[in-house]
Design a protein around this ligand. Structure first.
Ligand SMILES: [Zn+2]
Length: 379
């Protein structure tokens, strides 16, 4: 037997490899071992018939919350990430320096979903609903964040800061946490990831002024104050400038952070997100987010081609986290993570975070997941 697993007869969409064609994909020893027009069934231990289906690299979700049982946002990663086609996910700040060792030992190191993290500049991370993680500036420790990154550099990708006034950041702390996150990230040579809604400053311009290439602005289509649009609906000059500098604009749908009207206005002006992420957590996993595939389906409704929408959950996020070649592609030699989708046609109600719905005509539904070259079985 040459192959452990063969995905036979599907349509492969691999943006990183520039492929959208009928191709078979084979896996051996946990990696992609062959991509071809007619790979031999008899050479494979297991064959999955993918006729009529889409074969994609495993999806990468740059914004989830999976510190179950510790952060009030936390869901379990495997039922909601890998079982739903997300073979790699980044937890966006559920843990801070004081809670990161537990997050690593009990979640990152033992999950079937390949996990990375953005470290919250708040040392406690996102523990309780009642008290914001930056209610008191004492919770933000640059030195502890630096020490934690140094110790866990293999899994920490950057420093996360959430800026919403009152509920997350106390008045006395103001906009300081943004600068503390910047200071910690600069000290360790990593980017920052910013949740900008309703911060203690005039507008998004003040936040973007602190952000550079590789930094991630998540919740880019949110409908709260400090959004990407001017009052007249045009995209702010500072947004165009930030994109030019290489700031990554990420969707981070969430329970309150994706508004159809904002997305539609921005896209009409040519302002696309670089990456599509879910911000999946306990307050949206039963709707309106459900999973990353549903979020991708919303972008099909917004007019993205299947290749472009899938690129933003495979090739581009892989580049953003500097793992191109290993994940986000099914080129020979890449890690064996894939998802086989049904592309369903029909009428699907798609709701944003403000209770507004649109009717989509297509929906991507994960059918079979491959993780490290083997079919992933849900428990
Ligand atoms: Zn989040």
């Amino acid at each position: 037997m040459t192959y452990d697993l063969l995905l036979k007869g599907g349509t492969l969409i691999d943006a990183a490899a520039g492929l959208h064609a009928a191709k078979d994909v084979a896996f051996t020893g946990g990696r992609v071992s062959a991509v071809g027009d007619d790979l031999s069934r008899t050479q494979a231990r297991t064959v999955i018939d993918c006729a009529g289906r889409i074969v994609s690299p495993g999806m990468i979700d740059l914004h989830v919350h999976v510190f179950w049982g510790v952060s009030h946002f936390g869901i379990e990663p495997d039922p909601h990430c890998v079982a739903r086609g997300v073979t790699t996910a980044v937890d966006a700040g559920s843990a801070g320096a004081d809670t990161f060792p537990g997050f690593r030992k009990y979640v990152i190191d033992v999950s079937a979903t390949r996990l990375f993290a953005q470290l919250n500049i708040s040392s406690q991370g996102m523990l309780t609903r009642e008290i914001g993680e930056l209610d008191n500036l004492k919770h933000a420790s640059v030195s502890k964040a630096i020490a934690t990154v140094e110790q866990h550099r293999d899994v920490i990708l950057g420093v996360k800061v959430r800026l919403t006034r009152h509920t997350i950041v106390g008045e006395a702390a103001g906009i300081r946490p943004l600068h503390l996150a910047r200071e910690a990230a600069d000290a360790v040579g990593l980017p920052i990831m910013v949740h900008p809604q309703d911060a203690w400053c005039e507008s998004l311009d003040d936040i973007l002024a602190v952000m550079r290439g590789r930094d991630i602005l998540t919740h880019c289509y949110h409908g709260m104050p400090h959004g990407i649009l001017n009052p007249d609906g045009t995209v702010r000059r500072s947004v165009h400038d930030a994109m030019e500098r290489g700031v990554i604009f990420d969707v981070g749908h969430g329970a309150g952070s994706f508004k159809w009207d904002v997305a539609e206005a921005a896209l009409k002006q040519g302002v696309q997100p670089q990456t599509i992420s879910s911000d999946l957590h306990v307050y949206n996993v039963h709707g309106p987010v459900y999973d990353l595939a549903t979020t991708v389906s919303k972008f099909l409704h917004l007019g993205f081609s299947l290749e472009d929408a899938l690129r933003k959950v495979t090739a581009t996020p892989a580049e953003v986290i500097r793992m191109s070649g290993d994940i986000g592609t099914l080129r020979v030699g890449a890690w064996g993570d894939a998802v086989v989708f049904d592309l369903q046609e029909g009428r699907f109600e798609l709701m944003d975070s403000h209770g507004q719905t649109r009717v989509g005509r297509q929906r991507l539904v994960p059918a079979t997941i491959v993780r490290s070259g083997k079919v992933y079985q849900t428990r």
